[in-house]
Write a protein that binds this ligand. Structure first.
Ligand code: PLP
Ligand code: ZN
Length: 466
């Protein structure tokens, strides 16, 4: 048996290309055809547990940092690195919880909707699952500077790992003024060089690709295939939370589509290894103001097609976007993306998990977010797209109220309170006008403050109906 990365390699996602490369190469795209690459494994040479339930013993061994981490305690399933190179700051200790209030909102039977709360990560979003893996690879290759373009959470995570590990400098590119306050604040506090580029995420993305290639800087955007290896473990923890029972549906928001792609990879591998009897269905939810996947999948009918996706169909839509000046715009800033970099991997995941794609409005997102909050779980708007999407799928009869469904809550409530608090503060008069630009005119789940004179009777009256 070999271990510690000797059985891992990199491979182009397009089977007809067939490029493979060593695990210590830094490529981010296929040197032969320019498409995305995967981390791949010679599974038959690797020591794997017989059953997924065997991972329970590692979860109990929390004094070992590799087992404390909710990513690395599944290391046999992402064994691309020597143990000594693993960079961990305690990511992935997250929780699967049923939510009655969200179930009621979505029209599900109470007890059948579970929320996988990735806001519990050290930097407050699921991105830490991937960043720990990217930093581990960066250490393997001796990188000194890491960079990303970000709508906010990738930069928060990168900045935290760079500072905590003390081994790398962090540079983050963001669209000027297009990042939530909490996320910007994290990068600044953790000491990352923050470059606000006058433009949007997609502009920052183009530039970071250019600059990292020019200067030999390690890129940690989700084109980095190691990020997705870490993010696979979200699915392992979902299964763990369900006592290793496979649910009927996984529902997640779609931005750059790294997360849904990693979920597809997780289940393709578990299926091929015979570790799950079946694969759940996948629903990827766009915001209406940033619905590239929805259009490409549902209107242009582009499919993975066994590794021969219709590249021209995708390019034609991108061209139309440019020609018509279509710009992503949603209150869910984490998914405000025009050109998802993992689009083709997402198509592959949708095929492997018999998936579906849909969009929801910002109004539905904030309503869903408030419903989730009533279970004591605070998430940011992008995360709530999952529950909003689920409600539509139940309405359409695609998901049955008695299915077992897991919605992935990708980030923490406190990331972007600024505009969202106006949903509550507006009270009966409707949401604050700050939300009008997103078409949010109603706030059925508002919980406004009550202001009274400094008078005991008035104070008691304000609490009458509590
Ligand atoms: C990054 C992010 C997303 C989008 O994930 P992708 O992998 O880019 O599709 C959704 N929600 C939050 C909170 C995020 O930070
Ligand atoms: Zn290739």
């Amino acid at each position: 048996m070999k271990r510690n990365g000797e059985t891992a390699f990199q491979r182009c996602i397009i089977p007809s290309c067939g490029w493979t490369g060593g695990i210590r190469e830094v490529v981010n795209k296929c040197p032969r055809c320019g498409e995305l690459v995967d981390v791949a494994y010679e599974w038959e040479k690797m020591p794997l547990p017989a059953r997924l339930a065997d991972f329970d013993a590692r979860a109990a061994d929390f004094r070992n940092p590799l087992n404390f981490s909710g990513v690395w305690r599944f290391k046999p399933l992402l064994d691309f690195a020597p143990d000594a190179d693993v960079v961990t700051i305690g990511e992935g200790r997250t929780l699967l919880r049923p939510s009655v209030s969200a179930a009621e909102f979505a029209g599900m039977r109470p007890g059948n909707l579970f929320l996988q709360y990735e806001g519990l990560n050290p930097s407050g979003s699921f991105k830490d699952n991937g960043m720990t893996a990217a930093f581990t690879h960066a250490r393997m290759v001796g990188a000194r500077i890491a960079a990303c373009a970000s709508t906010g959470n990738t930069s928060s995570s990168l900045a935290a790992y760079a500072a905590a590990s003390g081994m790398m400098k962090a540079v983050v590119f963001v669209g000027a003024g297009r990042i939530a306050g909490g996320k910007l604040y994290q990068g600044l506090e953790y000491g990352a060089r923050t470059v606000q580029i006058r433009g949007r995420f997609d502009t920052a993305m183009r530039r970071v690709m250019e600059v990292t290639a020019l200067k030999g800087i390690y890129l940690v955007n989700s084109v980095n295939p190691f990020r997705l290896e870490g993010q696979k473990t979200i699915m392992y923890r979902v299964l763990e939370g369900l006592n290793w029972d496979v649910p009927d549906w996984i529902v997640c928001p779609g931005g750059n589509l790294g997360n849904c792609s990693s979920f597809g990879k997780a289940f393709m591998e578990l299926r091929d290894l015979g570790m799950v009897g079946r694969v759940p269905r996948l629903a990827v939810v766009n915001a209406e103001g940033a619905r590239t996947l929805d259009i490409v999948y549902n209107e242009r009918k582009v499919r993975w097609n066994g590794g021969r996706p219709d590249a021209e169909g995708i390019a034609a839509y991108f061209k139309k976007m440019d020609a018509e000046g279509i710009e992503a715009h949603t209150i869910a800033s984490a998914i405000e993306i025009n050109r998802p970099v993992n689009l083709k991997k997402a198509l592959r995941a949708l095929e492997a998990m018999n998936g579906t794609v849909l969009s929801v409005s910002d109004q539905e997102i904030l309503d869903a977010k408030a419903a989730i909050g009533r279970s004591g779980i605070g998430c940011e708007p992008a995360s709530a797209a999952s529950v909003a999407g689920l409600r539509r799928l139940v309405e359409r009869g695609v998901v049955s109220g008695s299915d077992r469904v897991v919605c992935i809550l990708t980030g923490h409530l406190l990331k972007s309170p600024a505009g969202c608090i106006q949903y509550h503060l507006g009270g009966k008069g409707g949401p604050g006008k700050e939300l009008a630009e997103y078409g949010i005119a109603r706030n059925p789940l508002a919980n406004p403050t009550v202001e009274v004179d400094d008078d005991l009777d008035a104070i008691l009256k304000a609490m009458d109906d509590v």
